[in-house]
Design a protein around this ligand. Sequence first.
Ligand SMILES: NC(=O)c1ccc[n+]([C@@H]2O[C@H](COP(=O)([O-])OP(=O)(O)OC[C@H]3O[C@@H](n4cnc5c(N)ncnc54)[C@H](O)[C@@H]3O)[C@@H](O)[C@H]2O)c1
Length: 385
Amino acid sequence: MEKVKLGIIGYGVQGSTYARFLIEDKIPNMELGAICDIDEEKLLNAQTNHPGIPVFSDYISLLDSTVVDAVVITVPHYLHPVIGIDALKRDVHVMCEKPAGVYTKQVKELIEYSKIKPEITFAIMFNQRSNPLYQKVKEIMDSGVMGGLRRTNWIITSWWRPQSYYNQGSWRATWGGEGGGVLVNQAPHQLDLIQWLCKKPEKVYANLKFGFGRDIVVENEVTALLDYGNGATGVFITCTHDVLGTDRLEILCDNGKIVIEDSRRAVVKILKESENVMNEKYTMGQAGNGFRDVFENGFYDETVYEFPSVWGEQHCNTFMNFAAHILNGTPLIANGEEGMNGVRLASAMLLSGWLKKEVDYNFDDDLYIEELNKRIKEEGKYPTI
Ligand SMILES: NC(=O)c1ccc[n+]([C@@H]2O[C@H](COP(=O)([O-])OP(=O)(O)OC[C@H]3O[C@@H](n4cnc5c(N)ncnc54)[C@H](O)[C@@H]3O)[C@@H](O)[C@H]2O)c1
């Protein structure tokens, strides 16, 4: 196999974008193999846009057809684990869109199944992990040079979505069709990155607003506090109603600070001696060994990293890595198993917001389903889980 033949399951906004990337040859080690959608009109569009490419109206037929080596799952989130398992069962490699699922129990099932088939590639589209800026920050954090984590602070409010966005699909922004709002649809990238770069929190407290300035029932305004243990904390703020959105991440550690703006520019300040040492060593007001001398003599080194962030390039690079893993075992940028972290953190925030109290990161999976079902029932549009 020289190129991986990719089947696209779900020819909506994202699936059709991926089909375009493939026919424009933006992913050199992949080619378009088939397209599936349950919507007739979408299938007709697919046939018009990609003559000669086989189309399927149900994904099982696509998986059984053997015309593809791999699939990308670009359907509403509840279906990601179900389709993922069906593909793995048939030895078809899986690129799952984010989020890995809506609730932790279904993602666990997918991960457990993937372990039965270690020879089949299971990856997740955390495209922002392939942004060279985040790769650089990951390298710095993993090197240990920053020392112990003290605080993370991410304000990511650049996910502006007008009402018309929510109106374009009946599943969007519903409990039963989508399973949540900004935490489940837009912020999964940052919920993944914050854990990939730093670590998993132990406890979560969130203040959520549902339908803030929009006619929707799910959360679109979130302020969450993370407790990492040992005194380290985090603040995570996201929303979809800030048209002047901000994207700023600060990571404070014992040995310095990293500030990332707009996912394009990182200022990395590394202390010449750790804050713990400075605290022990310097006395306020004493000449020679005083507080003022520390600041006058320069107490940190600063490096600025800037990388242009090209939206589609990240997705293409993630696909290229997925195909390279299938073809020659290149390590994955985002292993499917790691999809659990984002779902767990999003769900912990939702559970905390619903219960109005701090919850454990490793909350009770069944309690989550119980609370989600209450909302699905109240909404009255979809069957409960
Ligand atoms: N990584 C990213 O940057 C990114 C960006 C946008 C969307 N996404 C993800 O992609 C997924 C789809 O989002 P979208 O915006 O394209 O939604 P969409 O509503 O535009 O498209 C979903 C498509 O799936 C089809 N579909 C539904 N059930 C199906 C089934 N059982 N079998 C086959 N097709 C089925 C629908 O008819 C629709 O055409 C979501 O999970 C979303 O989180 C990821």
